[in-house]
Design a protein around this ligand. Structure first.
Ligand SMILES: C[S@@+](CC[C@H](N)C(=O)[O-])C[C@H]1O[C@@H](n2cnc3c(N)ncnc32)[C@H](O)[C@@H]1O
Length: 243
């Protein structure tokens, strides 16, 4: 499955149920998310993460990339801390929802990117890249390509915050995602769970991130709750100078 299929699936998810597709909770299907509650969930993730970045010594952050911004849950929270946030997504209807929910007073710009890279941004053009609940939904080769791109667009001395599943837990669902063929999982999501489009789940272990970003150092990896079936880590990667 390539990027075009990812784009189609997330366009369908964004058209049908954008807020539920961002934060999948069976109790929130069919318009169950309240906008304020949805945005508050973004602040609950971002505020402690920004405090952790300060603790790790990151200073001078002005411009931030929110990769896979969806409906702007994290972009809004980031804009409360930083001057300029660029939210990038592959799904046009998700971006429409993000524009509807924009409470930043003009500090966020939302950009559609349908490419497997970030060539619309120059080298060293951000102080921080933030991504959560995104890379896991991509085929691993695509996810890895974006991580390399994050390292290119972040300036030396800047950082990346990567929220990713480190490994599956040994639950029934965790093991299904690990061992069952993807077409079977996709079919079950469509037919049994009635998802508007399937959602992949892949892990991205810390040691792979280290290989992908040779001029980066994982300064901290904090566990956080990302459902019962995966062990999620939020990695704080500080960039050195690649040259
Ligand atoms: C589960 S949502 C998470 C949204 C947001 N990060 C949050 O936590 O609120 C995943 C988002 O990633 C986007 N996405 C998937 N593949 C992408 C890609 N290749 N480039 C940019 N965005 C992508 C989807 O369209 C969707 O909006």
């Amino acid at each position: 499955m390539g990027l075009e299929q990812v784009r189609r699936d997330w366009t369908r998810l964004g058209s049908a149920e954008p807020l539920w597709a961002v934060c999948v909770d069976p109790a929130k299907r069919h318009g169950g998310w309240d906008d304020d509650e949805f945005l508050a969930s973004g602040r609950a993730d971002v505020d402690p993460t920004v405090a952790r970045l300060a603790e790790l010594g990151l200073r001078g952050v002005r411009r931030v990339l929110d990769f896979g911004c969806g409906a702007g849950r994290l972009s809004n929270a980031l804009a409360a801390h930083f001057d300029e946030v660029v939210g990038v997504d592959i799904s046009a209807p998700m971006l429409a929802e993000a524009r509807r929910l924009d409470r930043s007073g003009g500090r966020i710009s939302f950009v559609l990117n349908e490419r497997p890279d970030l060539s619309l941004f120059g080298d060293d053009s951000f102080d921080l890249v933030y991504t959560d609940l995104v890379l896991q939904h991509l085929p691993p080769d695509l996810a890895e390509g974006y991580v390399r791109e994050f390292a290119r667009v972040v300036r030396p001395g800047g950082a990346m915050v990567l929220g990713v599943p480190e490994s599956e837990r040994r639950t029934f669902k965790g093991m299904v995602f690990r061992y069952a063929p993807w077409p079977l999982v996709a079919l079950a999501q469509r037919v049994l769970l009635r998802y508007p489009a399937p959602m992949r789940m892949h892990t991205l272990p810390a040691e792979r991130i280290t290989e992908l970003v040779p001029h980066g150092r994982i300064a901290a990896s904090d566990e956080y709750w990302g459902g019962d079936h995966w062990r999620h880590l939020r990695h704080y990667v500080v960039l050195g100078d690649p040259r």
